[in-house]
Design a binder for this molecule. Structure first.
Ligand SMILES: [Zn+2]
Length: 276
């Protein structure tokens, strides 16, 4: 069933569980994530990032993912991750995405609020959920232009009210693209943010969070944990093993079988850590 995030995130914010938002790059990992979600009866969030939409056009992605979502036995959301321009967010909404993130984290507070609010207003006509970001989560591997700015609790409160977003990404110690699990979570900051706003929260860069921290964080009002690197590592590692183990094999459909299984397995493990 195709859905935005609106029907369940408010309720979920007060439950001890959260949904992993998985970055997917094509049919194989999308199929594996939906299979994992169906196996435990959880909603799925299929996220496409900048790299993905540069590789496959937005409308082709919607054409691929929408029928998969409609046929799924669980709610499936098609989410655009980190749109840095209003035009891109609008293009995704019009193409059929059911959720978009507008990332105004590099803008001034005022600009971020104003632009995010315009997206929220536009998205309402399509019943599309909108995620904003306050503070900024840096990258472990590249993107030196993306600064690490921890979320200020007062700004978070004002941003939530003035932008009208459905959910809000915050920066409390994670890093994008971490391959090791050593993020140092600032629980004091998270508690200060929660004390000032009831808005459902999102954590980016969740591959770097330990299982213990994931299990602790779901007791807060975090509804979505963005996870990309963990699934990419699972797929890439299994694919490498398959290619090396079968030097004569040239059929990618055969070579993709074990990587898809590895992604499904990793996705299931993340769901379990997030309370499912
Ligand atoms: Zn992110």
């Amino acid at each position: 069933m195709l859905t935005s995030l609106k029907p369940f995130i408010k309720e979920m914010a007060f439950q001890k569980k959260a949904i992993p938002g998985f970055n997917i790059f094509g049919y194989e990992d999308a199929r594996s994530v939906i299979d994992a979600a169906e196996a435990i009866g959880a909603p799925a969030i299929l996220m496409t990032n900048k790299d993905c939409i540069e590789h496959v056009p937005l409308d082709s992605l919607v054409g691929l993912l929408k029928p998969m979502a409609i046929k799924a036995k669980v709610p499936v959301c098609i989410h655009l991750d980190h749109a840095k321009s209003e035009d891109l967010a609008i293009e995704a909404i019009e193409a059929g995405y059911t959720s978009v993130m507008f990332d105004g984290s590099a803008l001034s507070f005022k600009e971020n609020v104003e632009r995010t609010a315009r997206i929220v207003d536009y998205a309402k006509r399509f019943n599309v959920s909108v995620e904003g970001e306050i503070g900024s989560v840096a990258y472990a591997d590249r993107n030196p232009e993306t600064a690490m700015i921890y979320t200020d609790p007062d700004e978070a409160c004002r941003f939530a009210k003035e932008s009208g977003v459905d959910l809000m990404a915050i920066s409390i110690g994670t890093l994008h693209r971490m391959q090791t699990r050593e993020a140092s979570i600032q629980y004091d900051r998270l508690e200060a943010i929660q004390a000032k706003t009831q808005i459902p929260l999102v954590i980016h860069g969740s591959t770097g969070i330990t299982d213990n921290d994931l299990m602790r964080l779901i007791t807060y009002r975090i509804v979505k944990f963005n996870i990309g690197t963990a699934l990419r590592m699972a797929f890439g590692k299994a694919l490498r093993e398959e290619v090396l183990a079968n030097p004569e094999e040239y059929d990618r459909l055969k070579l993709f079988k074990k990587p898809m299984e590895a992604v499904r397995h990793e996705a299931l493990a993340k769901y379990k850590r997030l309370g499912w």
